[in-house]
Design a protein. Structure first.
Length: 263
């Protein structure tokens, strides 16, 4: 029903309807969770909704589980004290858990939402938070990071800007450094209209337009075969997991673990 509704009303209205519904759906459970865990910081409702889902317990527990899965999948490729970037960090769903897994790491996080970065700086200690622009470059030097994490970031970047961001990830990553990213692949493509699926087959990519850059309502879909060819120009693909075949890997998104080729 939601997919049908999404097709017949403006996305901005659909966004507000989903947000208000989640406020009603999770209001009581969130109140109870905050009472039990007074030491955990949460951002305002819309920021939490827009970055993930307005469910405090799921936000914390899924974030911790995801961070463990990321770290277990990349640890073997990294030095003992890596420099890490959580690119498009939002309200630190992943960032807040990284320090517990790798206390010797130098952790950075970036996001284009200034208010979210200010909130992070106030509530999440020990991380270097930076405001980034909606377009490259990121505020970091060349070849700076051993690991760049981008969970559901390329999934909300317009088609025309994808190549610029892939080039930027290449720029800021050290030689032999690791990039861990997810994309909307076959599991999500099959939910699109026939016309949209045809565009993806033809062009390898499709996105739903939305006024605000990076918003959850701007969803981008990648044909894995064509994206893989693009990524191979600059990276070695160490692992690829199709979200349709491995739904528990990255929330049904496709998972790519890349290593920057030696310059």
């Amino acid at each position: 029903m939601l997919n049908r509704l999404k097709k017949i009303i403006p996305l901005s209205l659909f966004d507000q309807l989903i947000f208000r519904w989640q406020q009603l759906q999770y209001g009581y459970s969130n109140f109870q969770y905050r009472k039990k865990h007074p030491g955990i910081a949460f951002p305002d409702d819309y920021t939490l909704y827009e970055s993930y889902v307005l469910d405090y317990q799921k936000f914390i527990e899924d974030g911790e589980l995801t961070t463990h899965e990321i770290w277990e999948s990349v640890q073997q490729y990294l030095p003992n004290s890596p420099t890490i970037l959580d690119w498009g960090c939002g309200p630190s769903r992943i960032t807040r858990h990284l320090q517990k897994l790798t206390p010797s790491a130098n952790i950075f996080a970036s996001d284009p939402n200034i208010d979210t970065i200010v909130w992070n700086q106030k509530h999440i200690p020990g991380v270097h938070f930076k405001v980034q622009e909606a377009y490259p470059p990121l505020p970091f030097e060349d070849a700076y990071f051993d690991l760049v994490i981008g969970f559901s970031v390329l999934t909300h970047i317009a088609s025309d800007d994808q190549q610029k961001w892939i080039d930027e990830l290449n720029r800021i990553t050290k030689s032999n450094g690791i990039i861990w990213i997810t994309t909307h692949g076959n599991h999500f493509i099959k939910k699109l209209s026939k016309q949209q699926q045809q565009q993806i087959k033809s062009e390898g990519i499709y996105h739903t337009p939305f006024a605000k850059k990076g918003h959850r309502m701007m969803s981008t879909y990648h044909l894995p075969e064509k994206l893989g060819m693009l990524l191979k120009e600059k990276f070695e693909i160490l692992e690829y997991w199709d979200g349709e075949q491995h739904p528990n890997k990255a929330g049904k998104q496709d998972l790519w673990i890349l290593r920057k080729k030696k310059v």
